[in-house]
Design a protein around this ligand. Structure first.
Ligand code: ADP
Ligand code: MG
Ligand code: ZN
Length: 494
């Protein structure tokens, strides 16, 4: 029997507000444990939550980007469960009136419907003993700094069919959130978390199979592998005539398999009911329109623009747009007046550099958009040739910007470099003087009589070698057009 997978994703995106969603504590990551807390986010008796307007605004911004309907009326609900990182015994979330509903996201030509996106508060973080190597193994520590940090949970319809597609959806979603400047999208820091719901069904069957919910993936690659492994597990079960149980499963990076966690609570187990301490909200249409007016260019539009404006291939546009700082860099180069088509050639070394150095970023290097613009201008006016242009650019790209100004020995420079100055001081300008080049060529031909003879007897491939020899003598600076012309000229003489 042939099975197909059905996948729905739930993403928890931590919104980049300064303070938490229901109190004034800082929402920043990385403080000393339990230093960013107050009676509200610690769930002390008698405290009252006050909604952070910015969190609502960010929620609306995401909703607009995901083509959602922004609810006119929305409210908060209590989701009750008992867990040591949840001081109130309930999480303030949204149940039947989420802030955003019924959107969609098109990735790679395939549309995934968004069921809903709702606001909620994060829980505290459990630090299991032994993790720091100091404590015994019989207790856990709780850090409530994260308690009350705003989250937007974005739930997709089960429209995804493969692990690769899930990864693309997540990548696009993260890029959108980053462009909106509402979420850092860092899986390792846990500010973008994803649960994958996976089921399988016989091909052609409409009815959905029983799903398992997979948690604990902390990279996109892990999400992809976890889904693949889960599809395999379920396929084996059904093929043996066994059944899939509805449950939550944990991904284990080390074994590359998922393991049961707990059977999934039914929705009513959470005893959802309206949060009595927060009034329902009416979202002003004028506010939504105002937010819509200030939306940045989104990744899809930017890819289209880069493809049309600079003739960049679709698969390269995907990579560039995903790295917002890189897309910004090239936009600035074009704004400075460099032709888009010329700028395109310099994407290749940047991407090669990124591949070579994990985590490297063009803004970590000394190279500025003005530098690249100057390199392109020098190339187009014939001051330098294409080879030199690439070498010069790659070199700047490879030079890290110095961060500290202390007198240490760290490599790099702090001052912006001047390209024209570099070309002059290093003698990189192209050799375009025909007579000078002719003299060099004659010298090379005299030094290689055998090759010249070969060439004249019809082994024309040897021309490459002779050209290379002259290039070498000019240390790569010969103007290729003139070099080719004069070389042909000299070779045709008898
Ligand atoms: P729960 O109440 O268990 O969280 P929901 O119905 O709210 O379940 O759906 C949660 C996520 O699971 C959504 O992303 C949805 O698309 C996905 N989902 C629902 N049913 C299935 C299924 N049979 N197979 C795969 N994904 C599913
Ligand atoms: Mg769920
Ligand atoms: Zn607080």
């Amino acid at each position: 029997m042939q099975y197909e997978a059905v996948i729905g994703l739930e993403v928890h995106a931590q919104l980049k507000t300064r303070s938490k969603i229901f109190c004034g504590c800082p929402a920043a990551f990385g403080g000393e444990p339990n230093e960013q807390v107050c009676p509200v986010c610690l769930g002390m008796p008698g405290v009252l939550p006050v909604l952070n307007k910015r969190a609502v605004e960010y929620g609306i911004r995401c909703g607009i980007a995901l083509n959602c309907t922004i609810s006119e009326r929305t409210k908060f609900d209590r989701k009750n469960y008992f867990y040591p990182n949840l001081p109130k015994g309930y999480q303030i979330s949204q149940y039947d009136q989420p802030i955003c509903k019924e959107g969609h996201l098109t990735v790679d030509g395939q549309t995934v419907r968004i069921l809903r996106a709702h606001l909620e508060e994060d829980a505290g973080k459990l630090v299991h003993s032994g993790a720091d190597g100091l404590h015994g193994s019989d207790y856990s520590l709780v850090d409530f700094n994260r308690s009350g940090v705003p989250l937007l949970e974005i739930v997709s319809e089960p429209d995804i069919r493969t692990a690769e597609q899930a990864r693309k959806y997540l990548t696009e979603l993260r890029t959108i959130l980053r462009y909106l400047d509402v979420c850092d999208g860092d899986l390792e820091k846990g500010n973008f978390r994803c649960d994958a719901n996976v089921s399988i069904r016989p091909v052609g069957e409409e009815k959905l199979g029983t799903k398992a919910e997979i948690k604990n993936m902390n990279s996109f690659s892990a999400v992809e592998r976890a889904i693949k492994s889960e599809i395999e597990r379920q396929t084996k079960l059904l093929s043996k005539g066994e059944r899939v149980y509805q449950e939550s499963r944990l991904w284990d990076e080390n074994t590359g398999m998922t393991y049961p966690m707990r059977s999934k609570e039914e929705a009513h187990d959470y005893r959802y009911f309206p949060e009595p301490d927060l009034v329902p909200i009416t979202i002003d249409r004028a506010w939504v329109e105002e937010i819509a007016r200030t939306m940045p260019e989104l990744p899809a539009a930017r890819r289209t623009r880069l493809m049309e404006q600079a003739g960049i291939a679709p698969e390269i546009a995907v990579v560039v747009v995903e790295k917002e700082e890189l897309a910004n860099f090239f936009d600035e180069v074009m704004t400075l007046g460099a032709p888009a088509q010329a700028a395109k050639a310099f994407l290749e070394p940047v991407l090669a550099c990124y591949n070579k150095k994990a985590g490297y970023n063009i803004v970590d290097s000394v190279v500025t958009p003005q530098n690249l613009k100057d390199i392109i201008t020098s190339l187009e006016s014939g001051i330098i040739n294409a080879g030199t242009a690439k070498i010069l650019f790659t070199e700047l790209l490879d030079t890290p910007k110095m961060v500290s100004s202390g007198g240490d020995e760290s490599a790099g420079v702090t001052e912006p470099l001047d390209v024209l100055h570099l070309i002059n001081s290093r003698g990189l300008a192209q050799m375009s003087n025909e007579n000078e080049l002719r003299a060099l060529i004659i010298g090379v031909l005299n030094d290689n009589p055998k090759q010249v003879e070969d060439f004249r007897s019809g082994k024309t491939k040897v021309r490459e070698f002779l050209l290379g020899q002259v290039m070498k003598k000019t240390r790569g600076k010969a103007n290729p057009r003139i070099l080719n012309k004069v070389l042909d000229d000299e070779l045709s003489k008898n």
